[in-house]
Ligand binder design. Structure first.
Ligand code: C2O
Ligand code: CU
Length: 482
């Protein structure tokens, strides 16, 4: 499964993480980073078929045996991989004792295949969504989305990467040997009881959401990665419940960001830090010198950070370069040309105020459609963190672009295709998106804060996509309830 050789040999209790890892302690990077396996698949009649089994497991987070959930293994799940244009079919079998769901975060697909709260997978049941991959190469991810249960189910370990490939990305001289110089980095934090079990009371069920004191990366506590090439590509996903990360290296060195949530940036940008809130992804390329050790770390925040929550210093992952490194080609100056949506294409502006675990004063109701968008339309969504909590915003089905942050052009790391964006207290982000391809007046997509506890508490709404000429109001059920 997910476990790197040697890393989990000793299940004997180890207690070096009894104190919170914060500003002072240096983490002993003494376990090899687990690399999620690539999911196997078979191609039948041109359709790529994956089998996923949601199951109970046991992990070692440094304090004995931790009961967990996993996908085809003890904790987390395999990396799914598919090509643009390809048809995929995923058989999701739920061998847990309770209902859950599996959502394909960042995927453009029919609403009935989305794996959101309207597609629960019952205990013992198998759910088989299928669709055609119709978007550019990107690092997406999957996780449960059962209403009211998302925080707990992700926390127990149901999550994994869904990597999309395309010809454009493959034509570029980028690191792409999975597990060698192209590495998933799934960031999570945990709170553990003394007996090793996950502490789900420590904030998971409180309003703010859980912030743990033990960082696990791909399920590994205290991970190091042996690097054999001059450049390594990290596909970083924040799969935590609440915590935003303010990523940097311990030596302050810069790295190249090549992709955000929805795929490649137009050109690499060079950063010394990068902020990722829950659900956001970034692909970065790090250049190393022979023999060097470099630690990927989060925080502490600088005063200029957009990220309020990046306060603690957390050491995440040590990169250990071999004494001799295989040469890597220079990063290309240009990566792709993203389709930019122009503001004057937008046919309407919607506003969303996030406050009090609701959006525009309404708490999530599975029986209420909050609005209808028309297929082919470009819309502007203005989203405000009105109550100053730790909020971000995620939209299903589409990738959007950030037009402005409090009226200013976005920083370069927010300039690409995004599906999730952090919103500072009292800040307003102006997003532009186009609804294409799929209509389904009866089955909604979600928009929500991706702080998982907030989402569970109801900071979420539902929209449908309808054909032109269908009056949106026909489907708006502020009135019609279920
Ligand atoms: Cu990552 Cu609505 O989800
Ligand atoms: Cu929130």
């Amino acid at each position: 499964g997910l476990v790197a050789a040697g890393g989990f040999v000793a299940l004997a209790a180890r207690v070096w993480l009894t104190a919170p890892i914060d500003t002072t302690g240096d983490v002993d990077f003494d376990r090899p980073l687990a690399i999620p396996p690539l999911a196997s698949s078979t191609v039948v009649d041109g359709e790529r078929i994956f089998d996923l089994r949601l199951q109970e497991g046991v992990a070692d987070f440094g304090r004995g045996r931790t009961p967990t959930w996993g996908v085809n293994g003890d904790y987390l799940g395999p990396t799914l991989r598919a090509e643009r244009g390809e048809r995929v079919r995923i058989r999701v079998r739920n061998d847990l004792g309770e209902d859950t769901s599996l959502h394909w975060h960042g995927m453009h697909l029919p609403a009935a295949m989305d794996g959101g709260p309207h597609q629960p997978v019952g205990a013992g049941a198998t759910w088989t969504p299928h669709w055609r991959i119709d978007q550019t190469a990107a690092t997406l991810w999957y996780h449960p989305h059962l209403h009211g249960k998302t925080a707990a189910h992700v926390y127990r370990g149901l999550a994994g990467l869904f990597v999309l490939d395309d010809a454009k990305e493959r034509s570029l001289p980028l690191p792409r040997s999975y597990g060698v110089d192209d590495i998933p980095v799934i960031l999570q934090d945990k709170k553990l009881h003394d007996d090793g079990s996950l502490d789900e009371d420590a904030g998971l069920f409180r309003s703010a959401g859980l912030t743990g004191d033990t960082v696990v990366v791909n399920g590994t506590v205290g991970p190091y990665l042996d690097v054999s090439t001059e450049a390594v590509r990290l596909r970083v996903v924040n799969a935590s419940n609440t915590r935003p990360y303010s990523l940097r290296f311990d030596d302050g060195s810069s790295f190249a960001m090549i992709a955000s949530d929805g795929g490649l940036l137009d050109a690499p940008i060079f950063l010394t830090r990068l902020q990722l809130s829950v659900g956001e992804r970034a692909e970065i390329v790090v250049a190393l010198d022979p023999g060097e050790r470099r630690v990927l770390r989060s925080g502490p925040s600088d005063s200029g950070d957009r990220l309020a929550g990046g306060g603690d210093r957390l050491d995440l992952l040590e990169l250990r370069a071999a004494d001799e490194l295989r040469p890597a080609p220079a990063l290309p100056a240009a990566l792709t040309e993203q389709p930019a949506l122009a503001e004057d294409e937008a046919v309407r502006t919607r506003t969303f105020d996030l406050a009090g675990f609701s959006i525009n004063g309404r708490t999530m109701d599975l029986g209420r459609i909050d609005h209808a968008s028309t297929v082919g339309d470009t819309e502007i969504w203005e989203v405000t963190n009105a109550d100053g909590g730790s909020h971000n915003f995620h939209v299903h089905d589409v990738q959007f672009q950030v037009l402005a942050v409090d009226g200013e052009p976005p920083p370069p790391e927010l300039a690409g295709q995004k599906d999730t964006v952090w919103i500072r207290p009292k800040e307003t982000v102006r997003l532009i998106m186009r609804f294409e391809g799929y209509t389904s007046p009866g089955t909604p997509y979600m928009f929500h804060c991706h702080t998982l506890r907030h989402e569970d508490l109801g900071m979420m709404g539902q929209f449908v996509v309808v054909e032109p000429g269908q009056a949106p109001d026909d489907h708006v059920a502020g009135s019609a309830a279920g």
